[in-house]
Design a protein around this ligand. Sequence first.
Ligand code: ADP
Ligand code: MG
Length: 424
Amino acid sequence: MKEEKVLISTRALTKRFGQKDVLRGIDCDIKVGEKVAVIGPSGSGKSTFLRCLNLLEIPSGGVVSVDGEVLFESELTAKKDNLEAIKKQIKLLISGENSEEVKAHRAEAGELKKELEKTNSLLKEGSTKVKLLKVKLARGTGSVTQEDLDRELANLTSLGERKAELKTRLAGVNAKIKQKKSEAKALLDKDELARLKAAKAEAQEQYLKAKKAHNASMKKTNASIDEHRRNMGMVFQHFNLFNNLTVTENIVLAPLSLGLKDVKAKKKQLLKRKLKGEDVSEQLAALPTKLELAENAKATARRLLKRVGLEDKADVYPSTLSGGQKQRIAIVRALAMNPRVMLFDEPTSALDPEMVGEVLEVIKELAEGGMTMVIVTHEIGFAREVATRVLFIDEGIIKEDAPPAELFGAPKDARLKEFLSKVL
Ligand code: ADP
Ligand code: MG
């Protein structure tokens, strides 16, 4: 059975934390029924990618769509970067910093400073050594001689001279920088400045436009974010079960509160219509009661627990369960929302080795049942067997995207080859 419908898609997806670009432009389509394994070195952005898919993390830029409908879209960061870059260029031009001569001298000054730092640390080391030698010499054990001390003192002297010389040279270079800067300022290229200022105005305008579009998009995103998240079940490395709730209570918590919210919203709508004189008594009576919702949620929980072989654990507390059992419960909890896609973030990484199998088995059965899934994993054997497609993410970019036989059998990317040689 082959389905080609795209469920989730990203375009030029980026995420920045502070100064760090964690995702640097991810284009990815996840089709209905696909089982996508995501592999890559630690810190490469795999978790961030998953979290951006269900908007647990708001991306910095790009597009996230579900069913072809844009859920998030922003060029804000890109436009801001562009504006900042032009501002910097103007600053450099006005200050004379971008004259070739100034740049060359700056580089020279940089080298001298590095050299100076090195000399300073050698001086520090040297004077510690001298102190030590003096102490040893005073003890007179014979292991240290006056000659040793003299040699070290001479070394210190020459380092001191070197330091003085470097400082003089640095002062000279700094003076040259100052002079060249003022020369460059005097010769300021007015045309270039005018060109940059026009570019800045244009960039400013684009930025403001992007800001407006971003805000509008975020409004839309926020409105549909709950709906979006409930379609995506997420399972983390750590199970995050509530220890003060029983297994069933953990499982029904989210579906029940969502169900109640839905009923409340429907009721409100119906009452509005009633106020307008419409007869809605039948629809009102048909709304499920709180008790019915709870019974339904519990029945679903029982059915799913049975499916993962844990029906006898319905009423126990999570603390009595093994790691493998907890993770199976976490999977059930996600499934209870009846999601259209499951996102797994290293679901077996925190487990003792003997429990990995039982969790992978549950995931495999889900896959065989047709569930669409994205799974970040280090279990290469599992990815090979279950995935229909494997993504290799490295430094925030999808470096390779291929069916498992191809990706593992004939990797092309050099970093992927290196990665596989470590994990296989
Ligand atoms: P992976 O799952 O591939 O190991 P992550 O997506 O967890 O990588 O993290 C990628 C990079 O982003 C790491 O350098 C991490 O430190 C950084 N990062 C992740 N989340 C945050 C955050 N909330 N704030 C700041 N930096 C983060
Ligand atoms: Mg991770």
